[in-house]
Design a protein around this ligand. Structure first.
Ligand code: HAM
Length: 431
């Protein structure tokens, strides 16, 4: 008897995984709807040309990963490797004139890569595209939205890497500088990179060859060439994200593997996923709509990998922490301020408890742990004198000091705003 196996690089979703997948999708739908995104569905295959025009002829996706085929009428088609070009095509096809809409999509995508943990040939993305939006605050809001999604799923180790790669005005200067540097590297670069350098120098950053990565350590950085407008745009994005409490890392090598980006590029990076650690990514693409035949339209978007997200989520059977905070008091003298803080948190919609009975701090932590609380806020006389609290993450053990004035915002951010975790909807936390 033959036992059939699924094609290499594909994955089955049987219960309960199929149910977990639906739950992730439901949460994504619910969250993006709060930001005004509406669902779009596009075909699984498109004319090959639109991917060539958008991702770029030198990108890994186009050169190595596309599932291309001729149909019976000899049309050149491709199983979609990503969603952005199809969404733009669909919007342009649906109506003439200015483009301004927020759309989201969930579905399968296809890339012929070497399968490994977190890298599949058929995978799923959850994506958003904000077409017609130029403000840096749109970039920041969208990046924050992705971060909120991971935080709601209980993914605690996600850091947002961010960079700016400039615009049509300042990129040529950077390109030239980079090309000069690459030529100087000579044989230190692999043959692929030496060739790519001449046609599309930025694409050398996609190379995984350790020798190339070492050679690129000293490469010029896009930030050294940003025009004043791009520098100001980047500053505004970063400032707004910091204001929102997003954990950020500026990564000057983050150019992303697709040619259509300009200005902001970003990726959500998980510390625990191993080699395929990008949970999602995106950026601004102000030229793509025009490139695909539409009017000049600024745009920004991201796509999150569903399988990687599911790998990074707390696994079933693993301890599931509640969106609950324990306020811990060090001595009788702090009991009053502890109660006041607890009431302040509750008034802000953050569920919290105090263990009045234990007295001993270690015992209070034990009670918090058995109630599956996620965080403890520690109220001590020293902290009170300094106008701050210690905040302990019970999932990771990490402890930080938070100014008293920011504790509500910080906990809201950590617990993820909205009704899923907190049981009520927070005005002001979801923009
Ligand atoms: P991307 O970075 O190519 O961007 O893909 C986004 C996410 O899809 C990745 O971070 C990863 O989580 C997931 N992903 C990609 N390839 C695979 C694979 N072979 N197996 C499993 N997961 C994978 C884009 O696709 C852009 N369209 C994002 C975007 C939207 N930019 C602007 N708007």
């Amino acid at each position: 008897m033959i036992r059939w196996s699924r094609p290499r690089g594909t994955q089955d979703f049987l219960p309960p995984d199929s149910e977990r997948k639906r739950e992730v999708e439901r949460l994504f739908r619910e969250l993006v709807t709060l930001y005004g995104y509406r669902e779009v569905e596009t075909p699984i295959f498109e004319h090959t040309e639109i991917f060539l025009r958008s991702a770029g002829m030198e990108s890994d996706i186009v050169t190595k990963e596309m599932y291309n085929f001729l149909d019976r009428s000899e049309r050149q088609l491709t199983l979609r490797p990503e969603g952005t070009p199809g969404v733009v095509r669909a919007v342009l096809e649906s109506k003439a004139g200015p483009v301004r809409c927020r759309l989201f999509y969930i579905g399968p995508f296809f890339r012929y890569g070497r399968p490994q943990k977190g890298r599949l040939r058929q995978f799923h993305q959850l994506g958003v595209e904000a077409l017609g939006e130029a403000s840096p605050l749109a970039d920041a809001e969208l990046i924050f939205l992705g971060e909120q999604f991971f935080s709601r799923l209980g993914i605690a180790d996600c850091v947002t890497h961010i960079n700016s790669i400039g615009c049509q005005r300042c990129r040529p200067g950077y390109r030239q500088d980079l090309l000069k540097f690459l030529k100087e590297q000579g044989p230190a670069l692999c043959s692929d990179c030496s060739e790519r350098a001449l046609r599309s120098p930025l694409r050398v950053f996609d190379c995984k060859n350790p020798a190339c990565q070492a050679a690129l350590a000293e490469a010029p950085k896009p930030s050294q060439h940003l025009c004043p407008e791009c520098a100001e745009h980047f500053r505004s994005v970063v400032d707004d994200l910091k204001r929102r409490g997003v954990r950020l890392e500026v990564d000057e090598r983050l150019v992303r593997g697709l040619d259509y980006y300009n200005r902001t590029t970003f990726e959500y990076v998980s510390a625990t996923l191993g080699a395929q650690n990008s949970l999602g990514g995106g950026g601004r693409y102000d030229y793509l709509v025009e490139e695909l035949g539409g009017p000049a339209t600024p745009a920004v978007g991201f796509a999150l990998g569903l399988e990687r997200t599911m790998l990074a989520m707390p696994q079933p059977g693993q301890e599931r922490r509640q969106p609950l905070v324990f306020v811990v008091w060090l001595s009788q003298a702090e009991l009053g301020p502890t109660q006041e803080l607890a009431e302040r948190l509750r008034a802000a919609g953050i569920p919290c408890r105090i263990d009045f009975d234990s007295g001993k701090v270690a015992r209070q932590f034990k009670v918090a742990d058995s109630a599956q609380a996620s965080y403890c806020v520690i109220v001590g006389s020293e902290e009170l004198a300094r106008g701050c609290y210690s905040l302990k993450n019970l999932m990771t053990g990490e402890q930080v000091t938070v100014p008293a004035g920011s504790i509500v915002e910080e906990l809201r951010r950590l617990l993820g705003s909205g009704q899923n975790k907190l049981g009520n909807r927070q005005a002001g936390t979801v923009t």
